[in-house]
Design a protein around this ligand. Structure first.
Ligand code: MG
Length: 248
C-alpha cells in the first residue's frame, strides 16, 4: 500500500515536471494540449478591419446607429465614405451594446477653423455611452490638458499631442476594459489604452468614473454591455472606418 502511494506520488511529480503544470496554472509551459488561438485574417493596411471585426460604419450608411434622443434614425449626414455630425441633431449610438472591446475609429475635424479651445472640432467617442475619449482640434489650438484630443475627458490628458491638422484624417485605436460592479460599487474600475495616429496617448489608464463636465467623475453601476456613442458638440466633425472587436 505504502509502495503504491509513493509510486503514485512519484508518477504525479514526474508528470508535473514533464508538462510543466504548476499550481495556479491551468496549462504547462509549452503545453501542446493548450487550445490554439483562433485564426483571424488581418486587414491589408493598418486600420483596416480584420476578419472577425464587427463593422459599425463602412462609409455607406448609418444602419448600425440610432439617435440617442429618441432611439430612432440617426440624423447625421453620410457622404463620400464618411459620416458627419449635423449640429443639433444630437448624439448617435450603436444599436448593439458592447463591454470590453478593441475599437478603431477614424475622424477629422473641420478643415475650416471657426473657434478656439473647446470650440474647435469638438466631438467625442463614448465607450459604453459613458466614458469619453475626447475628439478635438488640438493642432496649435490651446485648451485645458484634460480636454485635448486623446484625453479621457476631465480626467487624464494624452501622454503626447499627436494631433494632425484640421481636415486631415486621424485614428484612434482603443483597448477598453469595462468596469465590474458589485451592487453600486466599482470593484474593478474600467481601464483604457488609446493610440492616437498609432501613438500611445493613454496607457492602461484607470478610468475614474462616467464623464461629466467640470466635476470629478464617479461611477454609477450599469449593465455589462452598453452602446458605443458619438458626440454632437455642434461641430461638423467627420467619422469613417469604425469597427469593433469584443474582448469578452
Ligand atoms: Mg467632446
Amino acid at each position: 500500500m505504502r509502495v503504491k502511494l509513493v509510486l503514485s506520488a512519484l508518477l504525479f511529480m514526474l508528470m508535473a515536471a514533464a508538462t510543466g503544470c504548476e499550481s495556479g496554472h491551468r496549462w504547462g509551459v509549452h503545453d501542446m494540449e493548450r487550445p490554439l488561438p483562433e485564426v483571424v485574417v488581418a486587414g491589408e493596411y493598418p486600420g483596416q478591419a480584420p476578419s472577425d471585426a464587427i463593422v459599425l460604419f463602412n462609409g455607406t450608411d448609418l444602419s448600425q446607429w440610432e439617435s440617442v434622443e429618441d432611439g430612432r434614425r440617426a440624423k447625421w449626414k453620410v457622404a463620400n465614405g464618411y459620416m458627419e455630425v449635423v449640429p443639433e441633431t444630437g448624439d448617435i449610438r450603436t444599436k448593439q451594446s458592447f463591454g470590453s472591446c478593441q475599437l478603431h475609429v477614424e475622424w477629422a475635424t473641420p478643415a475650416k477653423v471657426t473657434g478656439e479651445s473647446q470650440d474647435s472640432g469638438n466631438s467625442g467617442v463614448y465607450l459604453m455611452s459613458k466614458y469619453e475619449v475626447q475628439v478635438l482640434n488640438t493642432y496649435g489650438n490651446r485648451t485645458y490638458a484634460d480636454g485635448m484630443a486623446g484625453a479621457m475627458y476631465g480626467q487624464n490628458p494624452p501622454l503626447v499631442n499627436v494631433c494632425r491638422a484640421p481636415g486631415e484624417w486621424q485614428s484612434y485605436d482603443i483597448i477598453f476594459r469595462r468596469p465590474v460592479f458589485m451592487l453600486w460599487l466599482a470593484v474593478k474600475p474600467a481601464r483604457i489604452t488609446v493610440l492616437h495616429n498609432g501613438v500611445v496617448v493613454q496607457d492602461n489608464f484607470e478610468i475614474e468614473g462616467s464623464t461629466v463636465w467640470k466635476k470629478r467623475a464617479k461611477y454609477e453601476a450599469h449593465a455589462a454591455k452598453l452602446p458605443l456613442q458619438l458626440q454632437d458638440h455642434d461641430h461638423p466633425v467627420r467619422y469613417r472606418n469604425i469597427w469593433i472587436r469584443e474582448l469578452e
